[in-house]
Design a protein around this ligand. Structure first.
Ligand code: KG4
Ligand code: ZN
Length: 353
């Protein structure tokens, strides 16, 4: 089955082609256009700007994905589409484009929850090192994805969400907990701004933390010991604000030290809560996903903890952690519920049922 994925929920515009067979997904193309340079100028995403850029990108991006996959639009079996959650203007660009293709070519649409899509990037894992092979960028080996066993713990750590899901099987999942205020990525971004680093803050904090002194600051770990599986990161941002105010001008070493402390606190909370959930529900695997899943410290600490528990740990290759259409197509393949174009609408507030 050949699926065209379309993703436009936030600032990225992406189209991908996958070929699904049994328990495996072959990635044939994955094109991503980002309006990040526009958002860097404003220090964050202005929704109108994002949607305006996406209107320009969406057709060329789909065109390129189809060409790279060496197929024709008429040869796809279905369109997997992000219909929520996200920015309404951005979502509508993808939704209206998918509806048009669906109507013209008579292909059904598989509506995909963006957050669930992140988790399915784990079925796109490439070689044994978790990297897409450089010389054959879209030839994915199936060895790792075939090993994913249920029940599984899905951990989505992105700019808008920090969610823990118990996944019993494809299409059968339950939300265990989520963020009560700022998501992990949002915390990285806001703390990055406080430290005068670039946007988005996550990758900059990760880089600065490499030169940080682990012993200089210790920041709070909000809700680390609570009996539920919820998260809260807004207190951490306030704690960093207090530290920065006590310094006046921040020197580079202090920025690096605070970056280390902030990353350490966020990673610590995510790892402890995930491992607690993994133990409680006796899962066989943990599937890390979302933009923050690109963080090396988070990947390493989860991996070590999973090994101790004898739970298999999966994380997508780093370029598939942030928003892309390949993960949406993968989710569409494993959760195949096609509908006709006139039954698809954008749902900016969509959450897990
Ligand atoms: O999943 P994503 O691309 O978009 C949403 O659906 O929200 O996630 C974006 C988030 C941003 O907050 C960004 O700072 C964070 O992912 N991020 C990282 C890293 N790379 C991206 N956070 C920590 N470390 C990273 N290396
Ligand atoms: Zn996302």
């Amino acid at each position: 089955m050949i699926i065209l994925g379309i993703e436009s929920s936030c600032d990225e515009t992406s189209a991908a082609v996958i070929e699904g067979k049994n328990n495996t997904v072959l990635l044939r193309s994955n094109i991503i256009a980002s309006s990040l340079p526009t958002h860097i100028k404003t220090g964050g995403i202005i929704p109108e700007n994002a949607a305006r850029e996406q209107i320009r990108y969406i057709i060329p991006v789909i065109d390129e994905a189809i060409k790279l996959a060496e197929i024709k639009l008429s040869e796809i079996d279905a369109i997997a589409l992000t219909y929520g959650p996200g920015l309404i203007g951005s979502l509508l660009v993808g939704v209206e484009t998918a509806r048009t293709i669906s109507m013209v070519f008579n292909k059904p649409i598989i509506p995909v929850n963006h957050m669930l899509g992140h988790i399915y990037a784990n079925w796109l894992i490439a070689d044994s090192k978790g990297q897409i092979e450089k010389e054959k960028p879209y030839a994915i080996s199936h060895k790792q994805s075939a090993r994913i066993q249920f029940p599984s713990l899905g951990l989505v750590v992105s700019g808008g969400h920090t969610d823990l899901l118990l996944i019993q099987n494809h299409g059968k999942y339950k939300l265990l907990g989520g963020t009560r205020d700022d998501a992990a990525g949002e915390a990285f971004d806001k703390i990055g701004r406080l430290l005068g680093l670039g946007y988005p803050g996550g990758p900059y904090i990760e880089k600065a933390a490499l030169h940080g002194d682990p012993k200089r600051f210790r920041l709070p770990r909000p809700m680390i010991g609570s009996s539920d599986f919820d998260f809260s990161f807004s207190g951490l941002k306030t704690a960093v604000l207090r530290e920065t105010q006590s310094f006046g001008n921040l020197d580079t070493q202090t920025v690096n030290d605070l970056a280390f402390a902030a990353q350490d606190a966020i990673v610590d909370v995510i790892v402890k809560k995930s491992i607690k959930a993994a133990q409680k529900y006796a899962v066989k695997s943990i599937l890390l996903s979302g933009g923050v899943a690109a963080n090396q410290s988070l990947r390493e600490k989860l991996n070590v903890n999973c090994q101790m528990l004898n739970v298999k740990f999966f994380a997508p290759s780093k370029n598939l952690c942030t928003d892309n259409a390949a993960m949406i197509a993968s989710a569409g393949f494993f959760n195949f519920n096609p509908v006709s174009w006139n039954n698809v609408t954008a749902d900016p507030e969509l959450y897990f049922e």
